[in-house]
Write a protein that binds this ligand. Structure first.
Ligand code: ATP
Ligand code: MG
Length: 449
C-alpha cells in the first residue's frame, strides 16, 4: 500500500519501470540535512561544487529513517577515487579489492566510494568468482543505478542528497523500511552465493532494525549455510564482531537460533548455543555487551571472545585434570587447544588472542585469597577485565557467588580492611609455593605474576 502511495505521489510507474528511481521528497521521508554529520555534508558539498554527484548512502540513511543513530556516514559519488582525492587535501586512497577514499574532515573520517558497475553476464564485466560463485575481485565503476543494484538489501540502497533533501530510491527501500521488511535486491540465492556473508548481514540487520526478513531471503539460508566455509576467516571474524558489538547481540543470537541458523553459520555460535551450561554465562555476557554499546562505552573484543569460548575451556580443562595434568598447566593447554580450533575458521588476531589468554589465565588466581597473592593480582595490567569476567562467572552460577563478592569488597577496602580480609593459607597453595622454588620443566612457571 505504501509503495503504491509513494508511486502515486511521485506520479511514476510501479515496480515495472526498471532503472527509474523514485525521487522522494523530504515531506514524505522526513530526513533533514542537519541529521547528517557536518563532515559528511562538507564532503558532499565539495564534490557537488566540483561538478560531481554525491550522496549519503547505505547504513546511515537506513538508520536515520529507522530512528537510530548511524555508526558512520558513507558517501557515494560518480567521481573516480583519483578525482575524489584531488578535491580534498586531507584524503587518501585505500583498499585493493575495493578502492575507496578516506576524507578527513576535522575529527571525522568520511568514506567515499565511487559508484560500482554491473558485473552481470550481459555487461561483459564479469567479476572474478570462485567455484561456488563467490565474488573475489571487482573494481568496475558504473552508474548510480548499477551501484544500487549491487547493494544487498533494498533498505541499504538509498541515496540521500542533503542539498535537495531528497532520497533516490531504486528498489522501494523506503517502503520496505516502513513495512519493516528486509528484502534482498535480486535473487537471494544468487546473492548469497556471490557473498555468503550476506546471510549473516540479513540476521544482524533484521535484529538491529527490528525487521522481518522477507521469506524469499530467509528460506534459502538454511540450505546454504555451508557456503560460509568459503569465506576468508578474517572477514568472518569482522562480521562476527559486528554482530556481537551491534548493541543487539542477544537479539541477533536469539534470532539465529529461532531461524535454526546457528548451526553451521558461525563455528563459534555452534559452540555458544549448544551448551546449556554455558548459555546463561554467554547470555549474561552478551547482555552486558549490549548495555555497554548502548551506553557508548568501549567494548573489548578480547573480553567478548573470552566469554564466548570459556565453556569450551572449562570442559577441556577438567578433562585434562582428570587425565592427571596439574591445574595450571592443564588450563594453559586447554586455552591453546580452544584457540587453535577457532583460529582455523575465525581469524582471531594475535593481539586479541593475547587479551583472551590474559583474562583466562587470571581466573585461577582469583581463587587464591591469602598472603600477598591478591595484591599481586590487583597489579595485573588486565586486572579489570579479569575481574569483570570473574563477576560474570559468579553471576552465572559457575563459581561460588562469594568469590566475586570478596573481590569487590577487597577492591574497595582500605589497606587495613584488605589485610583483615585475607584468608588463611590453603593447603593447596603451600604446595604450589614449594613447587615454584624448584619448578619441573612443565609446571606452569609461565603463569604471569
Ligand atoms: P552497519 O554499518 O550498521 O554495520 P551497513 O549496512 O552500513 O551496516 P557496511 O558494512 O557499513 O554496513 O556497508 C555499507 C553499505 O555497503 C551497505 O549499506 C550496503 O549498501 C553495502 N554493502 C555492505 N556489505 C555488502 C555486501 N556484502 N553485499 C552488498 N552490499 C553490501
Ligand atoms: Mg556502515
Amino acid at each position: 500500500m505504501i509503495r503504491k502511495f509513494i508511486s502515486r505521489v511521485l506520479g511514476r510507474k510501479g515496480p515495472g519501470s526498471p532503472g527509474q528511481p523514485a525521487i522522494i521528497a523530504v515531506a514524505q521521508h522526513g530526513l533533514q540535512r542537519d541529521q547528517i554529520s557536518r563532515g559528511c555534508r562538507r564532503t558532499i558539498e565539495t564534490l557537488q561544487e566540483s561538478g560531481y554527484q554525491a550522496y549519503v548512502v547505505g547504513g546511515a540513511v537506513r538508520d536515520l529513517l529507522a530512528g537510530l543513530a548511524p555508526k558512520d556516514f558513507d558517501v557515494a559519488t560518480n567521481a573516480t577515487p583519483e578525482q575524489v582525492r584531488h578535491c580534498f587535501r586531507r584524503s587518501r586512497i585505500i583498499g585493493r579489492r575495493f578502492q575507496i577514499v578516506h576524507v578527513n574532515m576535522g575529527p571525522e573520517t568520511i568514506e567515499v566510494t565511487t559508484f560500482r558497475g554491473h558485473h552481470g553476464e550481459q555487461s561483459g564485466n564479469k567479476a572474478q568468482t570462485d567455484d561456488q560463485g563467490r565474488v573475489l575481485r571487482d573494481n568496475v565503476f558504473g552508474s548510480q543505478a548499477e551501484d544500487a543494484a549491487r547493494r544487498d538489501f533494498t533498505v541499504n540502497a538509498l541515496y540521500y542528497d542533503p542539498t535537495s533533501e531528497t532520497i533516490v530510491d531504486y528498489h522501494h527501500g523506503v517502503a520496505d523500511l516502513r513495512q519493516k521488511t528486509l528484502r534482498m535486491i535480486g535473487d537471494p540465492k544468487t546473492r548469497y552465493r556471490e557473498d555468503p556473508v550476506r546471510m549473516l548481514r540479513a540476521v544482524r540487520l533484521a535484529a538491529k532494525l527490528g525487521l522481518m526478513i522477507d521469506p524469499a531471503a530467509s528460506r534459502p539460508i538454511r540450505e546454504m549455510t555451508d557456503l560460509i566455509e568459503n569465506v576468508p576467516p578474517s572477514r568472518l571474524f569482522d562480521e562476527m564482531l559486528k554482530l556481537l558489538t551491534s548493541g543487539h547481540a542477544v537479539r541477533c543470537v536469539t534470532r539465529l537460533r529461532e531461524e535454526g541458523l546457528h548451526h553451521g553459520l558461525l563455528p563459534l555460535l555452534d559452540v555458544i548455543l549448544d551448551q546449556p551450561l554455558g548459555e546463561r554465562f554467554v547470555m549474561l555476557a552478551l547482555e552486558a555487551t549490549d548495555r555497554r554499546v548502548r551506553e557508548d562505552k568501549p567494548i573489548s573484543p578480547g573480553f567478548l571472545f573470552a566469554t564466548l569460548l570459556w565453556n569450551e575451556v572449562l570442559v577441556k580443562w577438567e578433562l585434562l585434570q582428570s587425565g592427571g595434568e596439574p591445574v595450571i598447566p592443564a588450563l594453559f593447554l586447554a586455552m591453546d587447544e580452544v584457540l587453535d580450533v577457532q583460529a582455523e575458521k575465525l581469524a582471531i588476531t594475535r593481539r586479541i588472542a593475547g587479551d583472551i589468554k590474559d583474562i583466562w589465565a587470571l581466573q585461577p588466581r582469583f581463587e587464591q585469597r591469602s598472603g600477598k597473592r591478591p595484591y599481586g593480582v590487583l597489579q595485573q595490567p588486565r586486572f579489570k577485565a579479569g575481574y569483570d569476567f570473574l563477576l560474570l562467572r559468579s553471576e552465572s552460577g559457575e563459581l561460588d557467588h562469594e568469590v566475586g563478592t570478596w573481590w569487590t569488597d577487597f577492591l574497595h577496602a582500605s589497606d587495613e580492611g584488605r589485610a583483615a580480609m585475607l584468608l588463611p593459607p590453603q593447603p593447596g597453595e603451600a604446595r604450589k609455593r614449594r613447587r615454584r622454588r624448584r619448578p619441573p620443566a612443565d609446571s606452569g612457571q609461565n603463569i604471569p605474576e
